[in-house]
Structures are given as C-alpha cells and as structure tokens.
Write a protein that binds this ligand. Structure first.
Ligand code: NAD
Length: 493
C-alpha cells in the first residue's frame, strides 16, 4: 500500500461540501444462493469427478458466498461429449426459428430475474449495483434478443455463402462482466447453430451458474449449453480438447497468447478478446464538464475493471490545468464502498490478487517519478478497495503508461497538436478502444480515423450495443464479437 505521506492529496473544495447521501442498499435478502454449486453438464447439475471445490468470495466483505466445483480434465471431457451429443442429436436438427424461440426465452427470463442477477453480480464481483442493474443485466438480455433475431435469417445475413455452424464451441470468460461476457459468447453461438462449453472466471462464477438454472428451466435440449467451473487449468483443458471446433477467449493478453500458440496447427477456429490501454483525448474546444464526466465514467466506474477503460488521459495544453482541477474535484465527490448501495460509484476490487497488482503498479508509478493524486474518500476497513487515482508527471516510456493496470488508476499527459496525440495514443502494444472529446466533427473524423483501436467513442465513453462489432487491433485480440461479425465467428462458409 502507498504511505499516506507519499500521496499528494488535493486541497480543493469537496463536492459533497460536508454532507453525504444516506445509505440506500439494495436488499439481498430474497436472493437465494446455494452453499455448493456443481458443473452444469448435459442439462443437469453434476458433481465434479474428483470431488474438488473452491470458494468464491464477496470481495467487499471477504466472506465466502459459496463453494464451486473445480473442473478436471474428466469434467471438461464429459461437458464436451455432452455438447457434441447435444449438437448431433438436437441442436443441429432444429430449424433456425426453433433455435430462436429458445434464445428469446432465455432473454426474457434474464429480464424477469434482472434484480436477482444484478445483486448476485455485485455480491460476487464487487461492482456497484447501479452498474450491474443498469448495464450488465439489460445488455446481457439485449445480446440474447439481438442474436435470437438472426437465428432464422443466417442466409440473409450472409447471402450466397451457405453459412453452416462450426460445431462445439469452447468459451472462456473473465471476471469483469461475467454475465455479459457469457451472453456475448453463448447468444451468437446458439443462434448460429452451435453448442457450447463455457468456463466462467474462478472469482465470479455465480451469475453463470444462475444462467444455467434459467437454461434448465427454459428446457433447452440437454448438452446444448454446458458450464464447467474452475481456474486456468480447467480453461486450458477446454482449449486443448480435441473435439472442440472453436475457441472463444476473453481475458488477458498473456493467456491469450498462450491459447493462440496452443491452437496453432489445429483446425479450431479462434477469437481472442484481450487487454487494452485506451487513450481518452480531450481537445481544447471540448465541452469540458461533459468530458470530465466521460473521463470518470471511462476509468473509475466498475473500478477500472474494463478492458476498454480510458486509462490514459491526454489533454490539449491550453485546457490541461482546467481539466485536471475539474477532474480532481469530481474524484473527491466519488463514493467508494458497498457495491449494493445505489449511491456507490466505485465498488470493491474483484480479488486480493488484483488488489495486489494495482498496488504494485501504484508503487511503481511512484518510483518512476509519477505524481499521485488519490481521492480522500473514506474506504471500508474490510474488503479490497482502491480510491480513484490520477497520476501526473509521466511520459510514454513509463510502465504505468504502457501496461494494463485494470484498476481505477488514470495517467494524465498533455499534447499540443493532433499529430502529437495520435502518435502518443497509438504508442502502446494494445489497440482496443479510445475516446475523443471535441466540438468539431472534422477533428472527430481526423482523430478517429487515425487511432489504431477497434472502437473509438466521440464525446461519450463505454457505450455498447449488440449490433455493433467490438474487438481489438494489435495485442488486444483477433476477431470481433457483437453484430454480424460476432455471428460469423461461429459459422463456416
Ligand atoms: P485471465 O486471462 O487471467 O483469465 C481469463 C479467463 O481465462 C479466466 O476464466 C481464467 O480462469 C482463464 N484462464 C487462465 N489461464 C488460462 C489458460 N492457461 N488457459 C485457458 N484459460 C485460462 O484474465 P482476467 O484477469 O480474468 O481478466 C482480465 C483481462 O481480461 C484483462 O486483461 C482485460 O483487458 C481482459 N478483457 C478483455 C475484454 C475484451 O473484450 N477485449 C473484455 C473483458 C476483459
């Protein structure tokens, strides 16, 4: 942890001016979690072959929420066999229209249980309920609705190309948007006619297992969707299983590279959605208050646990001091704490391991000569927390400017000309996303067309839509999810 004396605390007006919101916690009392969760294989909850379980914790309290099955090679094999059988016997025999019916049913059931899903997501992952309620869950339903619509129209989506399903998809997802990442993967796979074996992240398996309950109630044929829980070793068994036809991975670039090597030379189709280090660029003609809100939304909400987080801020010199002061004022007003409280802006860091990673980067930033401003907001005693942090006095060569931190930590740099900021923004191994704030459409076109990033938002940030493809350049990944691009990743032509 950083020592108090090492932090430069802003001596500025606190937005809340000495008053605070009353707590407004969402009640978790009618959310029923089981004590133990098993794999979901062939339409049934199934005990792990080796009888091993691991605990999933609430990162805001460090208390155990449930024990979850730890998947072995035998469990993965059983899930892949079930998926193959589900494909041969049921799913490949259904018409697109009938597949769509099931997918619509899942979408509607997510909507019906939206509150339950949102609470579980916040309990297990640490994200503020405002975000799981307003972003994760509605978007997850939206992805199922969107892809359900394509299931009986594949030949119109890809005319004269005779699209065919790939077969069995092995899917591995991270902990930052557990339900939504599952929706991004399962919905297009099913719509295209595939069956799936999905592994959620080891720290956030609970909403996927809740989704398994829905899939069971929706009466999906056995084996069409299977969930195997576990850590990296379980994921690696899925990737290397010989009867998997397509691997879809979302996670770190380090693991993505290992997976890329492991599927090289096989016939498996592959999509990789990996890390990012997005530039958020503020030109001197930008609406500054709006831009500050967008910067805060881009990096601090969801604790910076967002692959496309705007973690590098570039401000044009003429407005740099104003933007920094406004940003620091706004950071002082952010509320860090109970993820279930509707006033909370920044919830808990997802795990102790991730907390350690972020704290290591803060130390590194300090040692590299960075000037660190950390909000003076109160932080709960128990659980994993990081106050919103801004680091100035950094340059392109600093590791905290180059490497993904995946926490509520923002670096700030200045620039004079568009050419300079384009060069700086593109100077990372990543290319997932970016943001531009300006009053002029011509500047938007100039900057967005030259930024090497899969998505660039203009005068907004972190907006998602199922119709829009998402994915990275360079070390941020291969392929796209969302839209028709996301559907084609699950088809062969
Ligand atoms: P991670 O790579 O450590 O883990 C991701 C998943 O892969 C987990 O389910 C994990 O159990 C599994 N895994 C770990 N080792 C494996 C192996 N050897 N073989 C197969 N599976 C393995 O990543 P994380 O820390 O969970 O997630 C954070 C990362 O995800 C960040 O880098 C973030 O940028 C990235 N991410 C990218 C996107 C995107 O769309 N590009 C979206 C969300 C998160």
């Amino acid at each position: 942890m950083l020592k108090e004396t090492e932090l430069k605390r802003p001596n500025r007006l606190n937005f809340t001016g000495g008053w605070n919101y009353d707590p407004a916690p969402e009640s978790a009392s009618n959310v029923k979690l089981k004590e133990t969760y098993q794999h979901f294989i062939n339409g049934k909850f199934t005990e792990p072959e080796e009888g091993k379980y691991f605990a999933t914790l609430n990162p805001a309290t460090e208390e155990k929420l449930a024990d979850v099955a730890d998947g072995s090679a035998a469990d993965v094999d059983a899930a892949v066999k079930a998926a193959r059988n589900g494909y041969n016997k049921y799913w490949s025999k259904l018409s697109g229209r009938d597949r769509a019916r099931y997918i619509y049913r899942i979408a509607r059931m997510i909507q019906e249980r939206a509150r339950e899903f949102a609470i579980i997501e916040s309990l297990d992952g640490g994200k503020p309920i405002r975000e799981s309620r307003d972003v994760d869950v509605p978007l997850s339903a939206a992805y199922f609705f969107y892809y359900a619509g394509w299931a009986d129209k594949l030949e119109y989506a890809f005319p004269n190309r005779n699209p065919k399903p790939v077969g069995v998809a092995g899917q591995i997802i991270p902990w930052n948007f557990p339900l939504m990442m599952a929706a991004w993967k399962i919905a297009p796979a099913l719509a295209a006619g595939n069956t799936v074996v999905l592994k959620p992240a080891e720290t956030t398996p609970l909403t996927c297992l809740k989704l398994a309950e829905i899939i069971q109630e929706a009466d999906l044929p056995p084996g069409v969707v299977n969930f195997v829980t576990g850590a990296g070793a379980t994921g690696s068994e899925i990737v290397s299983h010989p009867d998997i036809d397509k691997v879809a991975f979302t996670g770190s670039t380090k693991v993505g590279k290992m997976i890329h090597k492991s599927v090289a030379g096989t016939n498996k189709k592959l999509t990789l959605e990996l890390g990012g280090k997005a530039a958020n660029i503020v030109m001197d003609d930008a609406p500054l208050d709006q831009a500050v809100e967008g910067i805060v939304n881009g990096i601090f909400f969801n604790q910076g646990h967002v692959c496309c987080a705007g973690s590098r801020l570039f401000v044009q010199e003429g407005v740099a001091d104003t933007v920094r002061d406004k940003l620091i004022d706004r950071m002082e007003s952010l509320i860090v704490g109970d993820p279930l409280d509707k006033n909370t802006d920044i919830g808990a860091i997802n795990s102790q391991k991730q907390l350690q990673t972020i704290n290591n980067y803060l130390e590194l930033g300090l040692n590299e000569g960075g000037e660190i401003y950390q909000s003076s907001c109160p932080i709960p005693d128990k659980g994993y927390w990081v106050a919103p942090t801004l680091i100035g006095n950094v340059s392109q060569s600093h590791r905290i400017v180059q490497e993904e931190i995946f926490g509520p930590v923002l670096t700030i740099q200045t620039f004079r000309t568009p050419a300079e900021v384009i060069e700086k923004a593109n100077n990372t191994p990543y290319g997932l996303s970016g943001g531009v704030w300006t009053d002029k459409g011509s500047k938007i076109f100039n900057l967005t067309s030259q930024l090497r990033a899969g998505v660039v938002w203009a005068n907004t940030y972190n907006k998602f839509d199922p119709t829009s493809p998402f994915g990275g350049y360079k070390e941020s990944g291969i392929g796209r999810e969302g839209g028709l691009h996301g559907l084609s990743a699950y088809l062969k032509f």
